[in-house]
Design a protein around this ligand. Structure first.
Ligand SMILES: [Zn+2]
Length: 327
């Protein structure tokens, strides 16, 4: 089932295997998703959207006839606010739910002040307020830590949590044995539907500040491939089933991002120069692939992403330089 009316502020799509993709409506349609998992009367969310997304998720539950007390787990893949910003607000609505979180993310869910400050530094006050809203803390006794290899019995459906650094050090990916699918957060990159109409596929790594690590990311991807996934559910955006091709493109794109940053490491205004170079490279690739989308649309879809990517790469270069000049 898919409700496709543009006037309906709630947009979701059933993907089979008891999995529903919900648009969390961050800035526009098709930018950020989360996933509702249903199995034998149990429900859970993987990623949450922002605090502003909470009413949307509750409305989807209502339309599907799922009671809030059937929600057993809230599972943010990592604690960036487009993935975990709604976690505290949701936990208030679901009396029976546990929050499953990466060991490095737990303290930020219990006390979100530092998380808010970090995002404020990246987005600025105005954009932050519009995009994310305020955060709600989660009681420590409702949190379960998902160490690498942690398993959850989701009413007879096995979920395995894997530590996947690269985009962030507080990132897990959930392997769902039933669908042979991976809920990948940002680890399988971002790939927007609008830029996947043509022959080629377009996927990029969100190198968002401040923990981009290209080598760790590449090995996280290799490790995920050993599970032979049949589909990936990415937060930005939707289900993808051409896994080996997508992984190869993403590996290349991670390398290209790192190379672009290193090539421009010494120029003045390097963050701006990196952003421009990444955007132009993406535009050239997409036009060459006959993506069927004009340059202005490409800019509006990924221009801001490339600025954020450049900020993350700028930070990454600083850490490399600090290492090489350090004691
Ligand atoms: Zn992220």
């Amino acid at each position: 089932m898919e409700n496709a009316s543009l006037s309906d502020p709630v947009y979701y799509q059933d993907l089979g295997h008891g999995i529903t993709c919900i648009d969390t409506m961050l800035q526009r349609r098709g930018l950020a998703a989360c996933y509702l998992l249903e199995h034998q009367g149990m429900a859970g969310f993987i990623d949450t959207g922002t605090n502003n997304s909470v009413p949307i998720l509750l409305e989807v539950l209502r339309r599907k006839g799922i009671a809030p007390d059937a929600v057993a787990y809230v599972m943010p893949t990592h604690v960036h606010l487009d993935h975990a910003g709604g976690a505290g607000g949701l936990m208030q609505q679901f009396p029976n739910a546990s929050l499953i979180v990466h060991p490095r993310g737990a303290r930020h869910m219990i006390d979100p002040a530092k998380l808010e400050a970090g995002s404020l530094a990246v987005y600025g006050e105005e954009e932050f307020g519009k995009m994310f809203g305020r955060l709600t803390a989660v009681d420590a006794d409702r949190i379960q830590i998902a160490e690498d290899g942690f398993e959850l019995d989701f009413n007879g459906r096995r979920l395995v949590f894997l530590d996947t650094p690269g985009h962030a050090r507080h990132h897990y990916v959930v392997y769902d044995e039933f669908s042979r699918g991976l809920f990948t957060g940002d680890t399988f990159g971002a790939s927007y539907p609008e830029l996947n109409y043509g022959r080629a596929r377009f996927v990029f790594p969100p190198t968002t500040p401040i923990q981009f690590d290209p080598l760790a990311w590449q090995s996280s991807l290799e490790r995920l491939m050993t599970l032979d996934p049949q589909r990936v559910f990415v937060t930005h955006f939707g289900m993808h089933e051409e896994i080996p091709a997508m992984k190869a493109l993403l590996l290349q794109s991670i390398q290209d991002h790192a190379d672009t940053a290193e090539d421009l490491a010494q120029v003045p205004d390097r963050s701006e120069r990196i952003a421009r170079s990444l955007l132009q490279g993406s535009i050239d690739y997409l036009l060459d692939a006959q993506c069927g989308v004009d340059v202005d649309t490409i800019r509006s879809l990924i221009g801001r992403d490339m600025e954020l990517n450049a900020q993350g790469l700028d930070h990454w270069l600083s850490t490399l330089q600090a290492h090489s000049s350090g004691p």
